[in-house]
Design a protein around this ligand. Structure first.
Ligand code: BES
Ligand code: MN
Ligand code: ZN
Length: 456
């Protein structure tokens, strides 16, 4: 069980959730002394407001915490802010927040700290599991989230393709999964695009392939972009654009986190996780603008821009994924700045031709507080990817609709009945409840909920 959770039976200091709609009723149930204190302290039942109520002896008697009024836009994670606000102790929910399950989960995800390079701030808060909340499930999800965040937050000097492979091996071992890694000459021959992108770095490119579960169960394949650092290559990024590119393996981190949830939950499916792991570096061995490479699928690709490297490595991984016809194929990638321009940092862009899957993920995203927004695989824009010398160019010719042309590029390499591409930011720029600043698992809890629904 996650360290933030205590048994339901533990008595704990009560947390009262109050908002414009219930504050009067809640306060009416308090003694006069407490009511007077709340008034004297000027407490207002507004989102995020906190009041610590003392007992006669000066100990903490209870906590008032403001939420959104029902009907307003609700952040179901808001109660998770309490892990950073409350003094040490064990707490319990005295009444229900808007979503009890997500409130409890937000305690666990909000308690996350990246401690690899400096000591954690001491924080000793526990939450007695609210009745009806599955603590094991919440723990599995929080562990998957923490795994993804740790990998994203780790800087590229300590997380190259080698270390990403080691993380994948560790996860595979932990769950009795099989793992295969292709590199060197074999990679160059079988996955020309992964090799091309990775060859500028002394840290060798590779394809990581994890399989788990019974062969007869429905096949679900996850592909994650594993660019351990993206300089842009010879089309080098300006420093502002490069600054945060340690997170360019956010897709890989996300699929590993999601794989943890699936395997720990013993879900009834045949899981495959593919991670093309590379560093997009600048050197005399780097691939160049106008280079032309073959791909695993057999399409030749002209390089219009070496900074559009994610789609190249994903293309070969998606081609491999398509070869054994999974029932569901999902890729996660920090693929384009354009997706951020369109939807901002909080909303991953989702691309799929499967309307049912789109509806299911959209709905689950809202229900799980892990929202995504669908953008179209607008076929007429495919012409943007025409090349005069090869079958396809890796960038669009006019720079418009960049996240769509990137998705259309990927689609050229996919042959599967149900494929979804998630263009994620994988980063929380400034902390929000349940979401500390830094690396973040995005869109994967939404997909996880869909998988639970479909495969139990
Ligand atoms: N990793 C970047 C995309 C990115 C940048 C994601 C910033 C999140 C935040 C990707 O490899 C990239 O550089 N894409 C280019 C594509 C362009 C050259 C067609 C982009 O989006 O500018
Ligand atoms: Mn790039
Ligand atoms: Zn990139």
């Amino acid at each position: 069980m996650h360290p933030v959770f205590a048994a339901t039976s533990e008595r704990g200091i009560p947390i009262w959730f109050v908002h414009g709609g219930n504050a009067e009723t809640v306060l009416a149930g308090f003694g006069e002394r407490e009511r007077n204190f709340a008034k004297a302290a000027g407490f207002e039942p507004k989102p995020g407001r906190l009041l610590l109520i003392p007992a006669q002896d000066g100990k903490l008697a209870g906590v008032l915490f403001g939420l959104e009024r029902p009907g307003d836009a609700i952040d179901a994670f808001r109660p998770g802010a309490l892990v950073n606000l409350l003094p040490a102790g064990t707490y319990r929910f005295a009444n229900d927040p808007h979503d009890v399950r997500l409130a409890a989960l937000a305690f666990a995800t909000g308690a996350y700290q990246f401690t690899r390079y400096r000591k954690a701030e001491t924080r000793k808060i526990k939450l007695a599991l609210p009745k009806g909340v599955d603590g094991d499930e919440a723990s599995r999800i929080a562990e998957g989230v923490a795994l993804a965040r740790d990998l994203i937050n780790t800087p590229a000097n300590d997380l190259g393709p080698d270390e990403l492979e080691a993380a994948a091996r560790k996860l595979a071992d932990q769950h009795g999964a099989k793992i295969q890694v292709t590199s060197g000459d074999k990679l160059a021959k079988e996955f020309p695009l992964i090799h091309a992108v990775g060859m500028g770095s002394p840290r060798a490119p590779r394809l990581i392939d994890i399989t788990w579960g019974k062969e007869k169960d429905p096949k679900v394949t996850l592909v994650g972009k594993g660019v351990c650092f993206d300089t842009g290559g010879l089309d080098i990024k300006p420093s502002s654009g490069m600054l945060n590119m340690k997170k360019d393996m956010g897709g890989a981190a996300t699929v590993l986190g999601l794989a943890h949830m699936i395997m720990a939950g013993k879900m009834k499916l045949r899981l495959r996780v593919l991670i093309p792991a590379v560093e997009n570096s600048v050197s005399g061995k780097s691939f160049r603008p106008r280079d032309i490479f073959n791909s695993r699928k057999g399409l030749t690709v002209e390089i219009g821009n070496t900074d559009a490297e994610g789609r190249l490595i994903l293309a070969d991984a998606l081609a491999l994924a398509s070869e054994d016809k999974p029932a569901l194929l999902a890729d996660f990638a920090t693929l384009t700045g354009a997706a951020r321009v369109a939807l901002g940092t909080q909303l991953p862009a989702m691309f799929t031709d499967d309307d049912k899957l789109a509806a299911d993920i959209s709905k689950a995203g809202l229900a799980e507080n892990d929202p995504v927004w669908r953008l179209p695989l607008w076929q007429p824009y495919e012409a943007q990817l025409d090349s005069k010398a090869a079958d396809i160019n890796n960038v669009g010719s006019d720079g418009m609709a960049g996240s769509i042309t990137a998705a259309l590029f990927l689609k050229k390499f996919v042959d599967a009945p149900s494929w979804v591409h998630l263009d994620i930011f994988a980063w929380t720029p400034s902390a929000r409840p349940g979401r500390p600043e830094g690396g973040e698992l995005m869109a994967a809890r939404a997909l996880y909920a869909v998988l639970v629904e479909r495969y139990g």
